[in-house]
Design a protein around this ligand. Structure first.
Ligand SMILES: N[C@@H](CCC(=O)N[C@@H](CS)C(=O)NCC(=O)O)C(=O)O
Length: 335
């Protein structure tokens, strides 16, 4: 194949599944390279060693799924995933950001808090990497990986004490999506936006790991099936909602969760960082949460505010009632 992209990723990596789903929907020719041997080809090619890594048709490499998505938008006009209406584009970005930065705690927590998930998933991830190699070696590698990941739980806030909030917020998202997908397919029309792909990346993993898979199958069965729809949308030819159409109820429901939880999280983190504190705490949905500060998430907050401020005045004004109702307006306007 010439003129193709290569995605270096993993089936157990939410951001890899997200990017692969984007390239599939966009009908951009690509190769899916996963596992240890494939990843070796990317050694030293990108600054931060995180997957997915995208190799462009010209042989250059880059990673970080959100900037990659915007770069692909700039390079390929057809089947874009950023709505042309700036207000919808902003909302889609906000929901994607929430998926990437908050829902990833659900992915990590459900995978690494309980033994049944730790054992199953570390074994499968080692299997995906080694593709054979003998059961002894495979399970030994799995055990090393499991120890490493479990050791990182505290750093990303996935502790037993924090899990009630992570679980409550995950269930709120899944309940909103379950009501939505039995009514309409996508969030901003009949074609997918970056919001679907951001949510899909993290939730795709909940659809595989034993404990959350059982929860989805029992309580959110249509979301579980919808994940497979988003995984390959190459056959979908849809339309964006009209800019003046009222947003789908799921958009308001997700913004309500973002206002109640995600902005308080981002603001508590940024405030603690500015004060030179090493940890921060906040309460949302009736649950306490505490974590070490993260510079990257302070950048996310600044970026969301800058995007909101840069909207055309009429788009910003049009969004204000919805953002105010959902608790998102004041956090976006604060300096
Ligand atoms: N912001 C990045 C995040 C990518 C990321 O965190 N990837 C994880 C796997 S899903 C990773 O490679 N972690 C490196 C490690 O575990 O050492 C993106 O959107 O692509």
């Amino acid at each position: 194949m010439t003129g193709h992209y290569t995605i270096y990723g993993a089936l157990g990596s939410p951001y890899s599944m997200k990017l692969r789903a984007v390239l599939r929907y966009r009908r951009l020719p690509h190769i899916w390279a996963h596992g240890g041997g494939a990843l070796a080809a990317t050694a030293g090619k990108v600054k931060a060693p995180v997957i997915p890594i995208l190799e462009y048709p010209d042989g250059s490499f880059a990673n970080d799924s959100t900037p990659l998505i915007y770069d692909l938008e700039a390079r390929h006009a057809d089947r874009g995933i950023v709505p042309p209406d700036p207000a919808q584009a902003f909302l889609a970005h906000l929901i994607e950001d929430f998926g990437d930065e908050w829902l990833t705690k659900a992915m990590f927590g459900y995978r690494w808090l309980r033994e049944v998930d730790q054992v199953q998933m570390s074994r499968w991830l080692a299997f995906d990497q080694m593709k054979g190699g003998g059961i002894g070696k495979s399970q030994a590698a799995a055990e090393m990986f499991r120890q490493r990941q479990v050791g990182r739980m505290g750093i990303v806030g996935c502790t037993e004490a924090n899990f009630p909030l992570i679980e409550a917020s995950t269930r709120a998202v899944l309940a909103a999506l379950e009501a939505h997908v039995t009514d309409r397919h996508c969030l901003f029309g009949s074609r997918p936006s970056l919001a679907e792909f951001g949510l899909y990346g993290q939730i795709s993993q909940l659809g595989v790991d034993p404990t959350p898979e059982a929860m989805l199958r029992r309580d959110y069965p249509y979301v579980l099936r919808w994940l497979l729809h988003i995984d390959d949308m190459s056959g979908i030819d849809g339309e964006w909602d009209a800019p003046d159409a009222p947003p789908a109820p799921v958009v308001e429901a997700l913004l309500g969760i973002i206002g109640a939880l995600y902005f308080p999280f981002l603001i508590a983190n940024a405030t603690a960082l500015a004060a030179g504190a090493e940890t921060f705490r906040f309460t949302a949905l009736g649950h306490d949460y505490t974590q070490g500060t993260f510079k990257y998430q302070a950048k996310c907050l600044a970026d969301l505010r800058a995007r909101f401020a840069a909207l055309p005045a009429d788009a910003r004004a049009g969004l204000e009632p919805l953002l105010a109702r959902t608790g998102c307006l004041a956090p976006l306007q604060a300096a």
